[in-house]
Design a binder for this molecule. Structure first.
Ligand SMILES: Cc1ncc(COP(=O)(O)O)c(C=O)c1O
Length: 442
């Protein structure tokens, strides 16, 4: 017999007192205590340290980390080779204001792995990567607008903050969504520069891209769009339709790069014109990268005639970050992907089996080592089909999992495995889900 929903909160409160005190202190000097993405009710857990696939909070409670720093910590925590590479770079200096060779080494490694990547540039975040890739696409094509998927997230600059999470009743027809600004303070022009496409809908894709082709610089696509079930045929259709209409394709692999050695583009068998990266590419440090076709990327080559294009940033291609990123990629061998993606399949099977045994509607979406869990019966095809997800249930389950020693992303919608995990961590999580759902349903 499990606990009731309020008992879940009582247990949480009694076991996380240090975190509550930290939160109360922090909120006096920072709005909401810390960055918005870290907040969940009643207050977030403050972490003290990480080791392998475990996190330890300031009350010294250990949890298995299935959030992995917004999916970026693919090697888990305190990885010895990453630490050694960082320390080696630190002894040479922190910021030298010149090329150090570290960025060249990471660029070569990325170009070796990703077939469409002829040249690459580094920046400090996935947000910057999409900003520069889009600016480049506009400049190269001479066209002003972009198209993006409803529900797709590509960072926090104005253009891509359109229709990230629109209220469904204000989002217009499903087959031709309105452009809806996501955040207060955005430029009033942003929405008018974005064509919004419904995910997984080939007919709408063909119609809208063809209609707007003369004003469209690019389509930007996160191949998993939040994390929804992906049909390979749809991803391939986006490539075909953009090519047929002479519109550039920018593939957002900020998260999806963890799906395969050559990225999601290898997994889906497509070759985008430009790709954006972030997260794991910096080995746990702030990073972004974007690259692709040499004829486009060479607009940043300032060694010859001025091209009118420029990309910089005080901390772009920071040597310590580059060293950590390279040490991370070097450990992501084919067998590392086989291990993690195998664990992903085990998790899928475990959660599907659980779903079949319980009366609460539960759907697991797994892509490689990424997964989301939703509480809805509705078939998951696009952003709008998530409207029926029982968010209150997801929150109770999330807190119960914390109580049981499992740290997932709040909302349960963007979780990730890490290389140090083994079968026992997956099986333990499935069991914890069963108990969490039982407790949350009472
Ligand atoms: C698919 C995707 N693209 C871009 C970004 C933005 O990256 P950053 O948070 O580094 O700016 C994110 C962040 O979560 C993301 O999930």
């Amino acid at each position: 017999m499990g606990q009731s929903a309020t008992a879940i909160e009582t247990t949480y409160a009694s076991e996380t007192q240090g975190s509550r005190e930290q939160f109360e202190r922090d909120r006096k000097s920072m709005p909401g205590g810390a960055k918005g993405a870290y907040y969940y009710a009643p207050y977030p857990i403050t972490m003290q340290r990480g080791e392998g696939c475990y996190l330890y909070d300031i009350d010294e409670r250990r949890r298995v980390d299935f959030a992995n720093h917004h999916t970026g910590q693919i090697l888990g925590h305190n990885n010895a080779a990453v630490h050694a590479a960082v320390e080696a770079q630190l002894t040479r200096g922190i910021a030298l204001g010149a090329p150090t060779g570290a960025e060249g080494a990471l660029a070569e490694e990325m170009c070796r792995r990703v077939a469409s990547l002829e040249k690459v540039r580094f920046c400090n975040s996935g947000t910057e990567a999409s900003l520069h890739a889009i600016r480049l696409a506009r400049g190269f094509s001479g066209r002003p607008k972009i198209a993006k998927l409803e529900g797709g997230y590509h960072g926090s600059h104005d253009l891509v903050e359109v229709s990230v999470a629109p209220p469904v009743d204000k989002a217009g027809p499903a087959e031709e969504p309105y452009s809806v600004p996501t955040a207060g303070g955005m430029s009033p022009n942003a929405a008018s520069e974005v064509i919004v496409l419904p995910f997984n809908n080939e007919e709408a894709l063909e119609r809208l891209v063809r209609r707007h082709r003369d004003e469209l610089a690019c389509v930007i696509l996160d191949p998993k769009t939040g994390i929804l079930p992906v049909r390979k045929e749809y991803i391939q259709a986006v490539r075909r339709v953009t090519e047929e209409n002479d519109v550039l394709l920018v593939l957002d692999e900020v998260v999806a790069f963890r799906v395969a050695r050559g990225g999601a583009q290898e997994h889906y068998g497509i070759s985008p014109d430009l790709t954006t990266f972030g997260k794991l590419v910096g080995g746990g440090f702030p990073v972004g990268a974007f690259g692709g076709r040499a004829d486009i990327m060479n607009l940043f080559d300032s060694s010859g005639e001025p091209t009118g294009f420029f990309q910089s940033g005080t901390f772009s291609a920071h040597a310590v970050v580059m060293a950590a990123g390279l040490a991370t990629l070097q450990q992501l061998t084919p067998s590392a992907f086989e291990h993690m993606n195998g664990l992903g399949e085990r998790l899928r099977a475990g959660l599907e089996d659980l779903s079949a045994r319980i009366s609460t509607p539960l759907q697991a979406v797994v892509l490689g080592s990424l997964f989301s869990v939703y509480f809805t019966d509705e078939p998951l095809v696009d952003y709008r089909s998530l409207a029926g997800n029982n968010g209150a249930m997801a929150h109770r389950v999330f807190l119960s999992l914390l109580n049981q020693g499992y740290f997932l992303s709040q909302g349960l919608s963007m979780n990730a495995l890490s290389l140090p995990m083994e079968n026992e961590h997956i099986d333990g999580l499935v069991q914890a889900f069963e108990r969490a759902v039982e407790e949350s349903s009472q």
